[in-house]
Design a protein around this ligand. Structure first.
Ligand code: GLN
Length: 379
């Protein structure tokens, strides 16, 4: 039997990680750290399991965790979300994204998506009968959004705009000016903004993360989606959350209650306790900037060209001086022959166009980065 999205293959993250394992390659493809989550957090989750947090959490999530999220959002972005009615804890950001799209997108609704785009957006829009309107961001323009093009793409069918800053896979970040433009374009419309901010704590070079919730006329129409898995280095725990004004969240919960009801309770309690020390997330830019700088310093004499990532834990490398192969073929070939796995960028463009770019995850131990650099320097 065919699924409702017959043209979708297996996600590139699974494909490349499996290939890396099969060929014992260094895996800088799928985005996850090769170091463990903080022992203090692991202990707090175990403690929660040993003190009775083993049954259903409230459908919206453990209240202490929602309170911690509200406090964090107020402190960092000066934005207020009510923990009782405007915050929901989800099974990773991926479930939040899927549920938001399912809640609001139906037949013939148009969704503006900036490409290269994270690979779950388009299939979820299409599964729900909607249509993606892609807007291409180009490497030659440092992946800047052309807001005039966005303005011209908006029409009465536009139901949602999906944004993602810091941006996976390119590592670019939105400036305040970008969000001001988005705010102007969506003002006095019914457009919902889905803002995927899972890399909010990985913004480098003393820049500050720009969240949609800092802009009042954007906040009223937006879902902010965030991830503890990315922030606290435990991608297998599947805990994220979303925040939105009460009316939007009420609609979201109608779907959430029947898709997962609630998510893993002891993890939520453990994270709530861990968040009492804000240093646990405030220290992240420094941790990851050091890794980015080390990685780029190690490969500065290689034949790859690059612009340092402004955010996320991904670095793009341009291989146009080394090969003219299609990026998907090259990523696979280098995994098998050079023993280094990366993610080809073209899979994030619906037309498959290729700019000779590969994405490397630098959320790795120093030793792993050194081994990876040795290979990249020899190519
Ligand atoms: N977000 C991760 C990445 O971009 C992958 C998530 C996944 O494998 N589903 O690599």
């Amino acid at each position: 039997h065919a699924s409702k999205i017959p043209n979708v293959g297996t996600t590139i993250f699974t494909v490349m990680s499996a290939l890396a394992t099969k060929h014992s390659a260094i895996n800088l493809s799928q985005g996850f750290p090769d170091f463990d989550s903080d022992q203090e957090l692991i202990d707090l989750v175990s403690k929660a399991m040993n003190s009775g947090y083993n049954h259903y959490a409230p459908m919206q999530g453990n209240l202490e965790l929602r309170e911690a999220i509200a406090e964090k959002t107020a402190t960092l972005y000066n934005a207020s979300y009510h923990p009782e009615s405007e915050i929901t804890v989800t099974a990773g950001a991926t479930q939040a994204i899927a549920t938001i799209i399912t809640t609001f997108i139906g037949k013939e609704d148009e969704v503006i998506v900036f490409q290269p785009a994270y690979d779950s957006y388009q299939p979820m829009v299409e599964l729900n009968g909607g249509k993606v309107v892609p807007i291409q961001m180009k490497a030659s323009k440092n992946f800047k959004v052309d807001w005039q093009e966005v303005k011209e793409s908006v029409n009465h069918k536009t139901k949602m705009i999906i944004i993602n800053s810091p941006h996976n896979p390119t590592g670019s970040v939105f400036s305040g000016e970008d969000l001001v433009r988005l705010q102007e374009i969506t003002r006095n419309t019914n457009i919902i903004v889905l803002s995927d901010e899972v890399y909010e704590h990985m913004v480098f070079d003393s820049e500050k993360h720009q969240s949609v919730c800092m802009y009042p006329d954007l906040k009223i129409r937006s879902f902010v989606v965030a991830s503890f898995c990315k922030t606290f280095h435990n991608t297998g725990w599947r805990i994220g959350y979303c925040c939105a004004p009460n009316e939007l969240m009420k609609a979201f919960l109608k779907v959430h209650q029947f898709s997962v009801f609630c998510v893993h309770h002891p993890t939520q309690k453990g994270i709530a306790d861990y968040m009492k020390n804000p240093q646990h997330y405030l220290s992240l830019p420094e941790v990851y900037q050091r890794k980015r700088d080390l990685f780029l310093d190690l490969i500065k004499d290689s034949r790859f060209k690059f612009t340092p990532a402004k955010g996320t834990y991904f670095q793009l490398l341009d291989y146009s001086e080394i090969s003219d192969a299609y990026d998907v073929d090259l990523a696979k070939r280098w995994t098998i022959e050079q023993k280094i796995a990366s993610i080809p960028l073209s899979v994030f463009n619906s037309n498959g166009s290729d700019e000779k770019l590969l994405r490397f995850c630098f959320a790795k131990k120093e030793d792993t980065l050194k081994q990876a650099a040795d290979i990249l320097n020899s190519i």
